[in-house]
Ligand binder design. Structure first.
Ligand code: PGA
Length: 256
């Protein structure tokens, strides 16, 4: 049985005070709840503060990016080891904003995936198609290219520390959510891809999250789909009430 995950991607939002308050409120809410996994991914400068606020709860810390080199003259970059020093268990890689705003390629993303997994940092690997790609019926081709590119050289063993997030780009921050059928069909495709390219066990145990305008009122429907194992949440993760509602939905779905 795959555990449902509620992951909050705060992007470049919050300030020190609001990040601390949000983490504190969520730690209060989640406490030692273990039926689901909750991950908070604040901006780099607030990782340490958020880590302090969630200590004593079951919430895990994640970062939103990293660099593949371990150290050196890479101004402005953050290594995997540095993230682990702040208490991160996870890093989001391949987010559509990194791909389409910062211009990261599958090759760049793959180097980061390899670096993170080498050091034992879990990876939330995001994949997803643009609107024009969906309209041109290219969704599965895009997903295949991004999975193949991002996971190049990763063994079935390495995959145990990876979560996939299917995030259709047209649904991110737009208020337009994929229908449960659209989400389930993409997730089913991804799981079959894992089964073909790795093995049935790896595919069966992989958590595949949906991301793109998830809110408290659509979270339970999405997470009830057989191949949807939780949510990667942007906008609605910035308020304790709305992310709390998504956490409640995950707990409710996981308890059947
Ligand atoms: P959203 O963002 O929930 O604001 O659509 C999701 C994401 O980018 O991970």
């Amino acid at each position: 049985m795959r555990k449902l995950v509620a992951a909050g991607n705060w992007k470049m939002n919050t300030d020190l005070k609001s990040a601390a308050a949000l983490a504190e409120a969520l730690a209060q809410k989640v406490q030692q709840e273990s039926s689901i996994e909750v991950v908070l991914c604040p901006p780099f400068p607030y990782l340490t503060t958020v880590k302090e606020k969630i200590s004593g709860s079951s919430i895990k810390l994640g970062a939103q990016n990293c660099y593949h080199e371990a150290e050196g003259a890479f101004t402005g970059e953050t290594s995997v080891g540095m993230l682990q020093d702040t208490g991160c268990d996870w890093v989001i890689l391949g987010h559509s904003e990194r791909r389409h705003v910062m211009g990261e390629t599958d090759e760049d993303i793959n180097k980061k995936v390899v670096a993170a997994l080498d050091k034992g940092l879990g990876v939330i690997l995001c994949v997803g198609e643009l609107l024009e790609e969906r309209q041109a019926d290219k969704t599965n081709d895009v997903l295949e290219t991004q999975m193949k590119g991002g996971l190049q050289g990763i063994s079935a063993e390495g995959l145990k520390n990876v979560i996939i997030a299917y995030e259709p780009v047209w649904a991110i921050g737009t208020g337009v959510t994929a229908t449960t059928e659209e989400a389930e069909s993409a997730h089913d495709f991804l799981r079959k891809w894992l089964s073909t390219n790795y093995n049935a066990d790896a595919a069966e145990s992989m958590q595949i999250l949906y991301g793109g305008s998830v809110k408290p009122d659509n979270a339970a429907d999405l997470m009830s789909q057989p191949n949807v194992d939780g949510a990667l949440v942007g906008g609605a993760s910035l308020k304790a009430d709305s992310f709390g509602g998504i956490i409640d939905a995950a707990i409710q779905v996981s308890k059947g």
